[in-house]
Ligand binder design. Structure first.
Ligand code: GLU
Length: 260
């Protein structure tokens, strides 16, 4: 990846990261990312966030300790939790004098010509205003990411929509390994991979699908979608100190997936 050419960046954070493994919204972690995004914005980058965590936060607020099976209960939890999610994003980003905006989207919105054009125009306008869009799936009307994905695919479609140059998927793992690092001590981190390489899908589907709800498979598939509009994808740990600013200074962290 030529970091010099990167201007637009989509940063995706998953539920387990945002809610400290379901323990409640992690204000400290969100503030650390906000701080890094503030410095990226100062350096001239445009940044958008795709964040899940609504269901997890909703379950906390409703006092549910076990994730329900019923899809409508999950949708209800997402509606409750989204309130908390945007509150925390707003207050954490405000500490760095940044404004945020809530955007709720679905895959179908992006596949529909007029909605796609409207969503793109709104996001472009927000970016011009220096506002950081905080995007989640509209879980009230669809269930795609609830069932499978934890927003990995939505983040890739947003990357396509706004022609971002880079998709950064922050997760609770160090990146993409050739085996499950929790079960195999010889597992090694892949620092580079080709987006769309079928071997990766096989590997991620088999070895790492239980690592988080989205698992590595949906991340590998997201990289393939992002590559369609020429974007590179990085899968890296959200716990890595200054992961965003270090990546943009050209450091190799986690796994970089490129078209070649
Ligand atoms: N959009 C959902 C959320 O924000 C997806 C994640 C999930 O299914 O837990 O919680």
């Amino acid at each position: 990846m030529n970091v010099q050419k990167v201007k637009r960046i989509v940063i995706k954070v998953g539920s387990s990261l945002v809610t400290n493994n379901g323990e409640g919204l992690d204000h400290a972690a969100i503030a650390l990312w906000a701080n890094q995004m503030a410095s990226l914005l100062k350096s001239g980058y445009e940044v958008l966030m795709v964040s899940s965590g609504a269901i997890s936060e909703g379950m906390q607020r409703l006092g549910w300790t076990k994730r329900p099976q019923d899809i409508h209960q999950l949708q209800a939890a997402a509606a409750v939790g989204q309130m908390g999610l945007v509150q925390v994003y707003e207050s954490c980003f405000a500490r760095f004098n940044l404004r945020t905006a809530q955007i709720l989207l679905t895959n179908a919105d992006l596949a529909h010509e007029e909605r796609n054009t409207n969503a793109k125009a709104t996001l472009d306008t927000l970016l011009k205003l220096g506002v950081v869009p905080i995007i989640n799936e509209n879980d009230t009307v669809v269930t795609d990411e609830i069932k499978f994905g934890d927003n990995d695919s939505l983040a890739a479609l947003v990357t396509n929509l706004i022609h971002a140059d880079l998709l950064i998927i922050l997760t609770d793992q160090g990146g993409l390994y050739n085996a499950d690092p929790r079960q195999d001590a010889t597992a090694t981190l892949l620092t580079h991979a080709i987006a769309g390489d079928p071997a990766l899908e096989k590997m991620a589907g088999g070895a790492a699908s239980e690592l988080s709800k989205g698992g590595m498979l949906t991340k590998v598939l997201a990289a393939k979608i992002a590559a369609k509009t020429g974007a590179s994808t990085v899968i890296a740990s959200g716990h890595e100190p200054n992961v965003l600013t270090r990546l943009l200074s050209g450091e190799s962290i986690g796994t970089l997936l490129n078209n070649q």
